[in-house]
Design a binder for this molecule. Structure first.
Ligand code: NAD
Length: 320
């Protein structure tokens, strides 16, 4: 089997490669060629950790496997990041293990790629202002991947804790865009594309904040109870997602669905837009991408990283 260590991923896996891998697997999911397996996520009762598995099989990309990992809230005390994961790939023809790939950076890249894919396919024409809600670890990846999609002339941002805003300013400077911290009224009125990436448990962006044609990539909500958007926004938007079942149960749409404002059947897989089966934005003023995060995204970026590593002779082969 191949081993691709976490510290080899940076400099190997590009945002471009992550974008292509995620766009392809979203398309494969919608045509029934790829499916996610039920997610397992358990509180360990040890170190306050959450641990689980996200797996699937993509018969188009021939990727079979799972991501194992979770969240260890005390890791930072020993200098480790709190999210820890490893992706395991298996040979779909034989079931033999093919690779173990460090999953921490890849998780950040695949999450950023998902919002970027949604921006490519759903942003209003001529979008020039990017609004960021959230300034944590993941926010920098989201901003960089969105900026690649192009057209943005400035970035505005808001965070619950203003002390974290310098991260957004530094990331914008790195990609050569001006940045301004704003309140949510200005963010919703001025941004053409909004990315929310927080751990909030209550709506931050309210219906009245959002003015004019806007695309919102809601990326933070991946668990029951989390919430970033006013359910009324989902009621008036066209809602898209990576996987409808997850969107309605653990994604941003869970609240609008529970309140009876929308039904799971009103949510469109983004893969339908990628393949051309759905028109996407059409005449809608507001579009929302509910990015819940699926195991197939992890397998897709791990397989792409492994291909690059093998081409560059930096993957290690071991016998087990
Ligand atoms: P982080 O801990 O580095 O940052 C958390 C962010 O949320 C910060 O901006 C913080 O100020 C904000 N926040 C925390 N509590 C809040 C509250 N009550 N109200 C408003 N804002 C609050 O985390 P991160 O790595 O940047 O990840 C952000 C979120 O994205 C996490 O909740 C994570 O689970 C989620 N995530 C989702 C996916 C996906 O595929 N959808 C993938 C990775 C991470």
């Amino acid at each position: 089997m191949w081993v691709l260590a976490e510290d080899r991923i940076a400099g190997l896996m590009t945002p471009e490669a992550a974008f292509d891998a995620v766009e392809n697997v979203f398309a494969a999911m919608t045509t029934g060629k790829a499916r996610n397996f039920p997610v397992i996520r358990e509180a360990l009762g040890h170190q306050d950790a959450l641990y689980g598995f996200k797996g699937g099989f993509d018969a188009a990309g021939m990727a079979l496997g799972l991501k194992a990992g979770g969240y260890w809230p005390h890791n930072h005390e020993s200098g480790l990041i709190n999210h820890q994961s490893t992706i395991f790939l298996f040979d779909p023809d034989t079931g033999r293990i093919k690779a173990a790939v460090g999953g921490n950076l890849l998780t950040a890249l695949r999450t950023a790629a998902a919002s970027a894919v949604s921006i490519r396919h759903l942003a209003p024409k001529g979008a020039s202002v990017l609004g960021m809600i959230g300034a944590g670890h993941q926010s920098a990846f989201q901003m960089r991947a969105a900026a690649r999609i192009g057209g943005f002339q400035r970035v505005i941002g808001w965070n619950h804790d203003p002390a974290m805003l310098p991260r957004l300013a530094e990331t914008a400077a790195e990609i050569g865009l001006p940045f301004e911290a704003v309140d949510l009224d200005r963010l919703g009125a001025e941004a053409d594309v909004i990315i929310s990436i927080t751990s909030a448990f209550e709506p931050l962006l309210l219906d009245h904040h959002v003015q004019g044609p806007t695309h919102i990539a809601a990326m933070g909500t991946d668990t029951k109870g989390k919430q970033e958007l006013d359910p009324a926004l989902l009621a008036r938007a066209r809602v898209f997602t990576d996987e409808v079942a997850q969107s309605a149960s653990i994604g941003e749409a869970q609240h609008a669905v529970a309140a009876g404002l929308i039904a799971a059947g009103d949510i469109t897989p983004i893969g339908d837009v990628i393949t051309g089966a759905h028109e996407g934005r059409g005449g809608a003023e507001v579009t929302i991408f509910d990015g819940t995060g699926v195991g197939l995204q992890d397998l897709a970026v791990a397989a792409a990283a492994l291909d690059l590593a093998r081409q560059q002779n930096i993957a290690v082969q071991v016998e087990i």
